[in-house]
Design a protein around this ligand. Structure first.
Ligand SMILES: NC(=O)c1ccc[n+]([C@@H]2O[C@H](COP(=O)([O-])OP(=O)(O)OC[C@H]3O[C@@H](n4cnc5c(N)ncnc54)[C@H](OP(=O)(O)O)[C@@H]3O)[C@@H](O)[C@H]2O)c1
Length: 325
């Protein structure tokens, strides 16, 4: 099969397509998927640089999220059969390839309403969005929610959940196109996080009351500002951060503010919450309001460009996918 392989850590150029990789065999509890599309996440670009080199080995094929068709199943797999349309959150062999292996507990049936590109946008983005908004921040209908960094793949997913669950949604983006996309996906108020004074505009939009919940994509830049605009009893749920932050903790006292971290756990510990999340995603797809937005698509050969886009592109527009014909 063709698969992207990294044989040395480095920049996007180390992502190379190898034409003759052996198709892996699924073990007892594993599923071999013929990949239709693979999702691109920022974490794969961080890892490609060698950030986690001590715990990873080369050659390495990136990718957690894909959608495609079940090709072969291990002996103990009971919930899937060859031919099923599926999506993943987790892969043993990496999804930037024509075939990928996932364990059965990381595979979910893909409803007919979504094609493989949309399916490749469900795993990390929608699982993380629900984990942050509902399971960690415990946001409720009627509350105001700021999605700080709403134009990317996790941001769009968070907007859709917040709108559907009856929250008043505010979102930010860094370009006019991103702001338009944020508006179309449920934000009542949209701001440009590259413009000075936008946090004042957010306070004005909430009539000076502040925001109940902030879902934060870049905490090293925004955490202090978030604490300033939080309403009493407010919560900042940190999804993304690329460095350190200086904050004034005293701001948290009078308002009894909370800062929490977010991750979607794997293994036995994460199974219960992941089951809940996949059911919520399925319900949203059946009802028609979960609609992943694909901003850019590339072939496997375009993986270097996709990694350049996700870290240094001009502005996010939903999900980046690699299509695998
Ligand atoms: N904790 C977890 O388990 C977990 C899971 C998934 C993702 N993440 C992390 O969460 C972040 C978002 O992931 P993603 O997949 O949505 O990435 P993405 O598609 O690349 O989107 C990045 C988002 O950050 C926004 N952004 C850029 N500068 C910003 C600023 N100054 N303030 C606020 N937002 C800003 C971008 O807006 P513009 O491009 O429009 O400027 C865009 O909306 C990444 O750091 C990722 O590594 C963490």
């Amino acid at each position: 099969m063709r698969a992207v392989r990294v044989t040395e850590w480095g920049g996007p150029e180390v992502l190379k397509v190898h034409p003759d990789v052996t198709i892996p065999e699924p073990q007892v509890n594993q599923i071999l998927i013929k990949v239709g599309a693979s999702g691109v996440n920022p974490v794969e670009a961080y890892k490609r640089t060698g950030r986690d080199a001590k715990s990873m080995s080369l050659p390495w094929t990136p990718g957690t999220d894909c959608a495609g068709t079940v090709h072969k199943i291990g002996l103990a797999v009971t919930n899937f059969k060859p031919g099923d349309r599926v999506y993943t959150f987790g892969s043993v062999t990496g999804t930037y390839a024509e075939y990928a292996i996932s364990t059965e507990d990381n595979v979910y049936l893909l409803p007919d309403q979504l094609d493989f590109k949309a399916g490749a946008a469900l795993g990390v983005p929608y699982f993380t969005a629900y984990r942050a908004l509902i399971q960690r921040a415990r946001a409720e209908a009627g509350q105001t929610v700021l999605v700080h960094g709403a134009s990317g793949s996790v941001g769009i997913a968070t907007l859709q959940f917040a709108k559907a669950y009856g929250m008043t949604v505010l979102g930010t983006a860094g370009t006019p196109e991103g702001m338009q996309l944020v508006r179309e996906n449920g934000a009542k108020f949209v701001f440009n996080h590259r413009q000075d004074g936008y946090m004042d505009e957010i306070m004005t939009a909430t009539s000076g009351e502040g925001v109940d919940v902030i879902i934060e994509m870049l905490a090293d830049v925004n955490l202090q500002k978030d604490l300033e605009i939080l309403a009493p009893d407010g919560v900042v749920a940190v999804i993304g951060s690329r460095g350190t932050a200086e904050i004034k903790p005293a701001l948290m006292l009078g308002k009894e503010s909370t800062i929490i971290g977010v991750t979607v756990r794997g293994g036995v510990k994460g199974q219960k919450s992941r089951k809940v999340i996949s059911a919520a995603i399925n319900a949203g797809i059946q009802s028609g309001w979960i609609k992943p937005h694909i901003g850019k698509e590339f072939s496997l050969e375009g993986a270097p460009q996709a990694h350049h886009e996700i870290i240094d592109g001009p502005g996010a527009l939903g999900r980046i996918v690699l299509t695998v014909p």
